[in-house]
Every structure is written in structure tokens, then in C-alpha cells.
Ligand binder design. Sequence first.
Ligand code: SF4
Ligand code: SF4
Length: 583
Amino acid sequence: MTRIAVVEKEKCNPKKCGDWLCVRLCPVNRTGEECIVKGNDQKAKIDEKLCTGCGICPQRCPFGAIHIINLPEQLTQEPIHRFGENSFALYSLPTPMFGKVVGILGRNGIGKSTAVEILSGLLKPNLGNIGQKADIDNLIEYFKGSEAQKFFENIRDEKIVVSFKPQKVDAIPDQYQGKVKDLLERVDEKNELDKVAVKLDLTKILDNDIGNISGGELQRVAIAAAVLKKANLYVFDEPTSYLDIKQRIKVSKFIKELADDDTAVLVVEHDLIILDYMTDLVHIMYGKQAVYGIVSKPMTTKAGINIYLEGYLKEENIRFRDSKIKFIEKAPTKQAKQNSLVKWDDIYKRLGKFELTAKSGELENKKVIGVVGENAIGKTSFVKILAGALESDKGNILGDIKVSYKPQYLESTDQLVAVVLRDAMKHKAQLITPLDIEPLMQKKLSELSGGELQRVAICACLAKDADLYLLDEPSAYLDVEQRLNVSKVLGNVISKREKSALVVDHDLLFIDYISEQLLVFDGVPAEKGVVNGPFSMQKGMNMFLKDLGITFRRDPESKRPRANKPESVMDRKQKSENKLYYT
Ligand code: SF4
Ligand code: SF4
């Protein structure tokens, strides 16, 4: 059996664990061998060959820094890449296929970005030999007999040229200055800038400075830059972050169209509805976060997503999650009316060129209300009006409410998490533990990953005393499990404290999972916003999907919502019956 030992260096603190506790406890050390030793970096260092897997050190380390993992028996090879001694190990790679969009689905910290960076040639793997870089012939040999062998042979013979859209589009303005157009012209090897700019809605911002465009615009610029390069493998790492749902659908269609007999596409994506919509096949990546990652064989997208939710890979006989992720078929039932939290009537507000209107509506207590609509359509302004932080030009608000707000863009300062979350400690069981914040407490906000910062921001928002919690895009940077976990935490807070929440998000599966009612914003971004609702989920989604031109059904097996293929039998039937949101 192959065993690996991983020490999470950030967690290892020999001064606070009782002076190298693991070194003193290891039974192999007691026989005089050097199994766990003090590393040069003053962190525990484990000799994987000497370790017997007795399980004492991972159990006794008070900071959970050690992981001793017995790998699945099928895994006979060395890892494709290891980041260092006792560090994360990646086994196997996804397989790009000509004519197909192949998706990669898995938790954060499981090696998805590492895998696509290796395939894109941005990271030279070491095949487990720390400090070395494998050359192309080593890789061909390593993958002998598999699809990946052919892939690396094609790379060697220069038959595959890769173009890569990185995950972190926020970093682009640090690397490139100047106008959007100048950047795109520089990479436009296909001479298709005008065509791609129209398809990705970039024409209006071509003359804008890269430093002054929004997150959603940066994302589309990054996608355009990747696509304008002449390549036959396009790799997109999280192409829909910051995009609203309309743009997600548009970008999905665009990416889907790239795949043809001579072109392969690989996508990492956490929005399951979009992943389902965009890909033909998926690989599941499983293992243990920050410890190791394994890539499954490719499977059809429908089966792959259901298997992922199930947590069990039948073919490999591997259970990679203890519990299933379940969706509940929500019948269009009438929900019990709760006490009124706030009411509004004929609201009108002008903000520069933008106009916001809201006919009459009401938020009730003890409800999670989803908010859907495009970016720049007045969602935040409306909530500020409800909270009294922004005065409307016309109309009435009935109810005096206190709002706690989690913004869309999170500021990462040098403050310690423990300081930011001082108030949250009294909600340890309700917030800190389920959101897994404890290991982050002694870090600075600036040291956190996007997903960690998001969890801290959600925790800080929910720790405050308020009548209405407004969470603006809480799903950004979170993986599927974390998104659904946030839904549970929020549902719990709302029902126990008898408060309400508005959740603005573009992941419709998350909105479907979390919400009891829906506020639908329509209009024209940056010009006019109209607030409709709140409605029942059925009515609200019906209205919203009509605007998008798509229909949803429930998957009979997992009960998750799925977008119907445009013009399919179901799509046409649901449209003709005006039941766009699952029957
Ligand atoms: Fe102490 Fe844990 Fe580090 Fe070992 S791994 S030295 S027990 S903190
Ligand atoms: Fe030593 Fe390995 Fe046991 Fe840890 S699991 S105490 S390293 S033998």
C-alpha cells in the first residue's frame, strides 16, 4: 500500500504543541530511527519510508497539521507532481479530447489548477522527485499506455498548442496597463478581435483602461485574450467568476462553440448548472484538501455531476465523501405567512443616469430570499434604501430595520482574522465551527485565499446583530460543498434568530438550494432597474428564466436543477406551457 505523509506547514507550531510533541511520541523514533524529525524550517519532517502509519501523530497533533494517508490500492505510480517534501501530491491528469468540452469538478485545494497548469505547460511537474523537472520524454514514459501518453507525444511533436485563461483575473491589471483594446490587439493572432469583442460584449469597453474595468469585464477580457491566440487546446480555469447569469450563459455558449474536430477545450468550473450546460464530459477530482488529489476517468457530464453529489465512484469503488449532497424537490406549496419585516410602496430613485423603481412589496421575517438579476441593475442600492442608508426620491418604506451587509468585493487588509471576527466568537457553534474558520484565526486577511476570505466575510456579516442580512455573491470562490454548507449555516441562523436574509447570487443552483422566495430585478444595466416580487420560487424563476430564454427541469436522480438543451423536446414543451422552472 502506498502511504504519504503531509505536514501542513502553516499549522505546525512546535513551540505551542508541547515542544515537538509528534517527535517525542512517534513509536518509530523511540526505536532509535529518525521517522519524524525537526526540519530545517523548524517544522515537523516525516520520513514516509520509515512511517508505519500507526496514526498516533495525526491524532495527537493539537493543530491537525499532520496527515498520514493510505492511498487507494489502484494508485501504484509516484505522483505526477509534489510541491515539496511532506507536501501536496497530485496523482494523474485530466484528458483533453478533440471535439469535446471536458470539465473538471472538485473541491478547492484538491489540485485542479495545478493539473490544468501542467497540461498548459505553465508548471513543469517533477514526478515526485522534489527539486527536479520532468522533461517531455519522462512524461511520455510516465503515462505509457494511457490517453495522456498521446497528449504529451502531441505536445512534443508540436501538434498541440495550448492557450490558457488563468483563475485569478484580478491580477491582470498588475501585469498589464493601458487600454483593453491594446492588450487584446497584442494577442490577436487570429485577427478576430472585432468578432470576439461582439460575442463577449466587450465593444463598449475596448477604449477603457484595464485598471478601471469591473471584475466581470476583466473576466471576459481574459477569456477573449485566451481565445484570440491560435491554439487547438483552450483551457479555462473558472471562467464564470464575477459574471452575472446572463453573461454566464453567453460565455458558456461561446466556449462550447470552440470545440471542434481539431480543437479541445478543458474547463474548471464550480457553478454546476453552467458546468452541466457547457461540458460534454467531466473528470471528478477527489482526495483530501491540501494533502492529495486524484483525477477520475472521464464520464458523461450528467452521470459525473450525479456521482459527484453522491460522493461515490462506483467503478473505482471509492467513497470520496461521507454523505450525499441532496436536493429537495420543492413542490409549489403555499408557505406560511410570517410577520412583516419591511414593506415598500412605489419607490423611485435616480442615481446619476441610473433609475431604480420598485412597486409595492414586502419582506417577511424568517425567510431567505434569493435575489437575481444582472450586474449594475440596482440590487445593492435597493437594499440600502430599505435599510435607510440611502433615501429614495419617492415612495414609502414601512419598518425600521438594521441591515448587516457582506459586499461583493472583499477587502483584504493586514488585519488578523481573530480581530475581524471578535464578535463572532460568541457564535462558535453556529458560525465559526461549521464555516471552518478556526484554522484561519491567526492569519492576516491578506494571507487568505479567495474562498477563505469569503468564509470570513460571511461569518463577520452573520455575527452582527441585524434584522436583515444582505449577502452579495457569497458563492464566489467557494467550491460546491462550501456553497451548500453556507446555505445550511444561513438557514440555521435565520430560523434560530428569527431574522431574514437577502442573497444576491448568480449561481442558480445555489439560489435554488437556499431560497424560499425570489426578488427579480430586470431593466437595462447602468440605465434602469425594476424590482419585482418577492415571489414564490416558481413564479420568480419563471419570470427570470423567460428573460434568459432558458428552461429548467429537475434531474430525476439527484433532483438538482438542470438547464434544458435549447430547442430540445423538454425545452419546447416547458416553454409552450409557460413552466420554465421544472415541472
Ligand atoms: Fe507539534 Fe503538530 Fe508540529 Fe508535530 S506537527 S511539531 S505535534 S505542531
Ligand atoms: Fe510515526 Fe508514522 Fe506513527 Fe506518525 S503515523 S507516529 S510518523 S509511525
